[in-house]
Write a protein that binds this ligand. Structure first.
Ligand SMILES: Cc1ncc(COP(=O)(O)O)c(C=O)c1O
Length: 314
């Protein structure tokens, strides 16, 4: 079965993480994966997260399946956070998904169902995982000019000129804020121009929103996304809660779709749910299993019992 396979290239960033962990030098500096770290170099469990986990564990009443679209309350909250009323919700659907990456994956699959082999235009450069996700979903990838290595800013005139030449059926992947890997972002006025261009050409905006709040705060960072979504008839958003919630390993994310009207939203959503069902069936509830004993120990301590097992079975 496997004799014809050749070795796949490793992921450079994740490989660097492993090399960093193995390096014994005390002077080492981690320039690998961009996760939040405190002054001791630890990516902490936030106090609010710990409290929420304890609350969830103590109140959890069932282990039954969540459903294909995941946790409904989570979906409503993400829509509040991302859209803040900028789009009529009758045209919007959301599905909880495993991280921003899982959201990108299911939405790329959706694009390929709607327009098999469509071209996704990504910024030059873009996050290294965009291309493989698009290609593995059956799509083509092309670039639009983005980073100016001289000015360290955005080549906006060239970017806009390229976007202006696209048409209906093309997809434009935009970093909602905190562009990865360059850190060069559009001004509000430039977002306005991009939104107008997308409206003119009919190309589909696909916003990757992985760092909401990490740039200039939630409202300022959401400007571009909300501007685009409130301007065009159709759009997609892959939301990641990994960074802004400090929940990297729980895989917190959501796939959002905006259709022209309620009827198309329902039909498109049925395809999205069908894709999810045929992939991982449903998203996980994001309570970390690995930390369950320690959380339970704490819950036990609160209830005055010594052993967390006797506590949870009580
Ligand atoms: C631009 C961009 N999109 C999406 C993601 C995916 O995040 P997640 O860990 O939620 O899958 C990342 C993570 O580094 C990212 O930088």
């Amino acid at each position: 079965m496997f004799e014809n396979l050749s070795k796949a290239p490793g992921d450079k960033i994740l490989a660097l993480m492993g090399e960093y962990a193995a390096d014994q030098r005390s002077t080492k500096i981690d320039l690998g994966v961009g996760v939040y770290k405190d002054e001791k170099g630890v990516t902490p469990v936030m106090t609010s997260v710990r409290k929420a986990e304890e609350k969830i564990l103590s109140n959890e009443k069932t282990k039954t399946y969540l459903g294909i679209a995941g946790n409904k309350g989570f979906g409503t909250s993400v829509l509040d956070l991302v859209l803040a009323g900028s789009v009529d919700l009758s045209r919007v659907r959301i599905a909880q998904a495993p991280g921003g990456t899982g959201s990108l994956w299911v939405l790329m699959q959706l694009i390929n169902r709607a327009r098999p082999g469509a071209t996704v235009y990504v910024s030059d450069p873009t996050w290294a995982n965009h291309n493989p996700i698009a290609i593995n979903s059956g799509l083509k990838v092309a670039t639009y000019p983005y980073f100016d290595t001289e000015t360290r800013g955005v080549k906006f005139a060239e970017m806009l000129a390229t976007l202006d030449k696209l048409g209906a059926g093309d997809v434009v992947l935009l970093h909602g804020c905190c562009h990865n890997p360059t850190g060069a972002n559009l001004s509000n006025d430039q977002w306005d121009q991009v939104a107008a261009s997308l409206l003119r050409t009919g190309a589909l905006p696909f916003v990757d929103l992985a760092y909401l709040g990490f740039g200039d705060g939630i409202e300022a960072d959401a400007y571009g996304t909300r501007k685009i979504l409130s301007t065009v008839p159709e759009a997609l958003v892959a939301f990641s809660g990994s960074k802004n919630f400090g929940l990297y390993r729980e895989r917190v994310g959501a796939a959002i779709l905006i259709a022209r009207d309620e009827k198309e939203a329902d039909i498109t959503n049925s395809q999205l749910l069908n894709i999810i069902r045929g992939a991982y069936s449903q998203p996980p509830i994001t309570v970390p299993r690995s930390s369950a004993p320690s959380s339970r120990t704490r819950l036990c301590a609160l209830s005055g019992k010594k052993n967390w097992r006797s506590c949870v079975t009580a």
